[in-house]
Ligand binder design. Structure first.
Ligand code: AMP
Ligand code: MG
Length: 337
């Protein structure tokens, strides 16, 4: 059963994975409107539910094992659906095991450090899932499209000259490899939106009063640089999709499909990690039995020594009894028919 679900998920996300070493042209290679042959939203949403269930189960094991951490990086243009994706995909998990970090224009303190510093400060602990709503990839996206951002980063001359982007790709790959080698899996998703769908979503933010708060005129002005962003995305995907931390390009024009895919990518990662509940050692089991005996000895007069075990037994008895009744009813119905 779990295997079957894992297979469906793996098949869904395979075409979204950017092959390490391939040269990507985003517009040519990935269609924002793709929906994997799903005819209806209902089909996709059922798979989203599967992904959410798997995530909840695997997150518990990840936390119990306390060996691996997962870092999910979400990139998109404005109105790409990052916030809604996080809200839906993480709806089933224990909030104690997940931290979401959003990255805005860097503060003065952040600019006073190396460019990866603020991201490193937000890395998840072992057992946790960290979600980056925007990530260190802004450092080769918005900073590349608007190089005045680079000027603000107070870099020494040698660090901002020719080849700065190639160097940043290498540094990011190295950093992610270091994290992976040390137990922190990095999952990267680009929500790939079409220009026309972005226009529609901006208009919706104007048309619907309770969406007005999300509208920003600056976001609309940023559309002038659409082609520059597409180029920066293509270059980023080509240079930083690695064997240890591949990129997934998530078709984002249909929100339900984007969410289904995002949950599938994260679930797939956890299935691959395959976290296990820690095994209880013989010593520890013996210790548990000793404490159990002490607690049983504390039972008040008339109370079962272990109310939980007694309840469990009663539960089994009840189940057995109702099974018997069901079988008898079935037999009687058959006989009567
Ligand atoms: P939002 O996510 O809509 O709240 O906007 C955050 C803004 O911060 C976006 O316009 C990003 O492009 C911008 N931003 C994020 N990271 C950086 C960075 N490292 N340098 C400059 N701008 C950034
Ligand atoms: Mg914005």
């Amino acid at each position: 059963m779990a295997d079957q679900r894992a297979k469906r998920i793996a098949a869904l996300i395979k075409p979204l994975r950017v092959k390490p070493g391939s040269k990507v042209n985003l517009a040519r290679d990935f269609d924002p409107g793709y929906k994997a042959g799903f005819l209806t939203k209902a089909d996709g949403v059922e798979l989203l539910q599967t992904g959410i269930e798997l995530l909840a189960d695997y997150q518990q094991r990840l936390a119990a094992q306390d060996t691996y951490g997962v870092l999910v990086c979400l990139q998109a243009l404005d109105a790409g659906g990052k916030d809604g994706t996080i809200r839906h995909v993480m709806s089933g998990v224990n909030p104690q095991g997940v931290q979401v970090s959003s990255f805005k224009v860097p503060s003065a303190e952040e600019l006073d450090h190396d460019y990866l510093w603020r991201y490193a400060m937000r890395l998840p602990a072992r057992g946790d899932i960290g979600i980056f709503n925007r990530s260190h990839y802004e450092e080769v996206l918005v900073v590349r499209v608007h190089p005045e951002n680079l000027d603000r980063e107070k870099l020494p001359p040698a660090a901002k000259g020719k080849g700065v982007w190639e160097r940043r790709y290498r540094e990011i790959n190295d950093w992610e490899r270091y994290l992976t080698d040390n137990g922190f899996k990095v999952v990267k998703m680009l929500l790939n939106l079409s220009k026309e769908e972005q226009r529609t979503r901006f208009l919706k933010r104007i048309d619907l009063p309770d969406k007005n708060w999300k509208f920003s005129a600056a976001d609309v002005r940023e559309r002038q640089w659409w082609d520059d962003y597409q180029r920066a995305f293509s270059q980023m995907l080509s240079a930083t999709s690695t064997d240890w931390a591949p990129w997934y390009v998530i078709p984002a024009d249909h929100k339900w499909f984007a969410r289904t895919c995002a949950s599938a990518v994260i679930a797939h990662t956890l299935i691959e990690i395959d976290p296990r509940y820690p095994k209880v050692s013989a010593d520890r089991r013996q210790q548990l039995q000793m404490v159990k005996a002490e607690l049983e000895a504390e039972a008040p007069r008339g109370a079962p020594a272990d109310p939980f075990a007694a309840g469990e037994d009663a539960g089994h008895d009840r189940k057995r009894a109702s099974k018997k009744t069901a079988a008898r009813n079935k037999a009687e119905t058959k006989a009567g028919a």
